[in-house]
Design a protein around this ligand. Structure first.
Ligand code: HEM
Length: 135
């Protein structure tokens, strides 16, 4: 009776699933996948997919964002996604992917090499600059 009383926030509650949760749903009985950080249970959709079942089984239990986008799905296809939405990918799992990217870009910039410079700079300059000056 008190269910939902005085609160309209119920709909905004998000269920989070980890990649591990999604990974388990990769059979013909149950097929989940992740697209743009959202988790979809497309078990009922597999047979209807205009692109065939096979491609979906290949992506089952995994992040299918790239392949979904590679195909260039229509707005209609994107609209269809909504009805299969079951929750969001857990933030920890979302971060893992982007963390890697950030590390790659920042490590080559400065932090990794600066600490070495004060020790090696003098030697490096002497050895290399004198040769270059000769030229
Ligand atoms: C659950 C998510 C998906 C939905 C709702 C969906 C829906 C659709 C729809 C409606 C079409 C018809 C063309 C269009 O309207 O764009 C289509 C085509 C297609 N889909 Fe998906 N799709 C999904 C996931 C995927 C994934 C993960 C792949 C992986 C490769 C894929 C591969 C294809 C291919 C290759 C076609 C082209 C068929 C053709 O042009 O002959 N789809 N999809």
């Amino acid at each position: 009776m008190a269910n939902g009383e005085g609160s309209s926030g119920e709909e905004s509650q998000v269920t989070y699933y980890t990649l591990e949760d999604v990974r388990k749903r990769n059979s013909q009985k149950e097929l989940w996948l992740v697209i743009h950080g959202r988790v979809y249970d497309i078990t009922r959709f597999v047979e209807e997919h205009p692109g065939g079942e096979e491609v979906l089984f290949e992506q089952a239990g995994a992040d299918a964002t790239e392949s979904f986008e590679d195909v260039g799905h229509s707005v209609d296809a994107r609209e269809m996604l909504k009805q299969y939405y079951v929750g969001d990918l857990h933030p920890d799992d979302c971060k893992q992917g982007s963390k890697k990217d950030v590390l790659i870009t920042t490590s080559s910039n400065s932090t990794r090499y600066w600490p070495l410079l004060p020790i090696n700079l003098e030697v490096f300059l002497k050895e290399n600059l004198s040769e270059e000056i000769d030229l």
